[in-house]
Write a protein that binds this ligand. Sequence first.
Ligand SMILES: Cc1cc2nc3c(=O)[nH]c(=O)nc-3n(C[C@H](O)[C@H](O)[C@H](O)COP(=O)(O)OP(=O)(O)OC[C@H]3O[C@@H](n4cnc5c(N)ncnc54)[C@H](O)[C@@H]3O)c2cc1C
Ligand code: FES
Ligand code: FES
Length: 496
Amino acid sequence: MRETLRFLLGDRLVEIDHCDPTFTVLDWLRLDRRMTGSKEGCAEGDCGACTVVVGRLDRGRLRYEATNACIRFLPTLDGCQLLTVEHLKAADGSLHPVQQAMVECHGSQCGFCTPGFVMSLLALRLNEEKPGVGRIEDALAGNLCRCTGYEPIIAAGLRMDEIAPREADRFLSEREAVAARLAALGDAETLALQGGGGSFYAPATVEALAELVAAHPQATLVAGATDVGLWVTKAMKRLDPVIYLGRIEALRAITDEGDHLRLGAMAGHIEVRTALANLSPQLDELMRRFGGEQVRNAGTIGGNIANGSPIGDLPPALIALDATLVLARRSETGMERRSIPLESFFIAYRKQDRRPGEFVEAVLVPKLADGALFHASKVSKRFDEDISAVCGAFRLTLGSDGRISDARLAYGGMAGIPKRAAAAEAALVGQHWNEAAVTAAITALPQDFTPLDDMRASAQYRLKIAGNLLRRFLIETTQAETQTRVAGLLAEAAHG
Ligand SMILES: Cc1cc2nc3c(=O)[nH]c(=O)nc-3n(C[C@H](O)[C@H](O)[C@H](O)COP(=O)(O)OP(=O)(O)OC[C@H]3O[C@@H](n4cnc5c(N)ncnc54)[C@H](O)[C@@H]3O)c2cc1C
Ligand code: FES
Ligand code: FES
């Protein structure tokens, strides 16, 4: 075991021997290091005022990710590079091209939101050349300004590559050297850190993870911490011990296995989006609307499932696709694995079919068969960075006679768990896919669900929307020319 946390702060090596397992990156920067450029707005991953850029090795390549420092635990930076707004100005005082573009386009706003906008643009510049408006909007969706506007900031995003060529950007020219330094920090040892009366473990292999979970059955597993972080900053929970999964490369793997995709539990939402987009463009849109870029950079498919939230966006889509969950644990004889249909994992509100010592290892997602019809929709109050009021995903299989031979209708936000609509499915099977069938399914929906009234939506609204999504599915599959998606309208607006 290694007992020292090691990471780069800018180009300086930081080594820490004691650290509270849930001390946030933002608190460490502001309180310990007195680096106050990164701001605390919401402390729950929503506003982006705390955005920093984290460089990490991904299969040997350095990759930069905009991250919410307010909900990221400091020890999860092991083996990474942390860049904050303080690192941008050059030694001679000249501004970084992102800062210069913000100045020239009058994008600089108040001291709370501006550092976060700048860091989101930095991450975009370091990863992509000449991003267009749509991509800039995506990258900034996790940065909120409560008072002015986004136009000058988007203009700065368009301008930043003109101000100085990317080759001249010192972060890019130092990329190989930084990658080599991070590689030298990596090892196969478990990081075991004590501090603040708690323990933090970060194993580097699945086997070491299984042993740790068996040894500490009460531990909190942490993946991207986009849920768990809020338990600390908002619910003021004390988590001890913490087992972090982010150093286990094998859990991040996404592989094409012929008739299905295998997504490791630690596959991040950015990669999950790319993989699922190959199955259906609707999954691309669903994932584009999942949190903001910072949340998609940190959050994982395993966390979205294991959290067991009734309003998580991936479970309905994966249940409609008939996904299988692979759970693993350490038994007396070695590693023990079992595979279950994802839908049976969710037993009741916040209660899942997880045995002692088990963790989510992977999700197997079948590809759509030829001729299968698929739909995924999310309805939320805001288009970007908002949790669903209702999420619906549907897969229909049509027989050679044109009638529906199999229907899988899965919803989030309609019950205490993500759940299929059995009565509505029964109303569809054997029917032709048309208005009469949809009407019958909508009529059956109240047998399947008695939704909650809450701040996101009333029960009546949820039921109405659940039916409307089925109708949208019919329109999209039978009237290709009808515009049914806000995303399509936004893309048109952005491009012309
Ligand atoms: C601003 C904001 C916006 C968000 N928007 C959305 C949204 O649009 N749609 C949506 O669905 N969610 C959204 N979320 C919620 C959250 O981002 C997702 O649920 C995310 O997928 C959680 O993944 P994570 O890796 O961060 O999980 P974590 O927070 O690390 O963990 C979540 C839970 O899963 C457990 N866990 C994690 N990995 C494993 C594993 N491999 N095995 C067993 N247990 C495990 C943890 O112990 C914990 O109970 C949002 C959150 C924030 C803060
Ligand atoms: S302070 Fe709002 S996202 Fe971190
Ligand atoms: S929050 Fe900074 S200008 Fe609006």
